[in-house]
Design a protein. Sequence first.
Length: 152
Amino acid sequence: MSIPMDFNVFSDEFFMRQALLEAQKAFELDEVPVGAVLVAQNQILARAHNRTEALTDISAHAEILAITAAAQALDSKYLPKATLYVTLEPCLMCAGALAWAQIGRIVYAAADPKRGFLALAPKALHPKTKLEQGPLAEEAQALLQSFFKRKR
């Protein structure tokens, strides 16, 4: 397999693919398949996937776990130069945590019109946080749909 000459290993697509790998881990563990990677200066500081069932903790969302790990790695509770790549639009709880962490940028794949923060509280993020719907939305959505179809 050859890599195209114009392929940028540090692209949004590359990091979102890493988040999708985390979501796949969650799927295999019978967790809602959401994955996240937190990146600064093109280095992954933290990888996480939902662990609410395993930890019996409703706050054990991928975003929260990634924030905690990255803050520990950087020895700082603030992450203004970091980007979070997450496979599903953050919920209101996660948006609040991301606001308190002063995350610099969030790139999400699939939208969540029912439980995503954009529908419930679109101003929940820190005012300096950049928000983008990024690549691989279809792949992330398909994984979520497969999970919930299996549950029903």
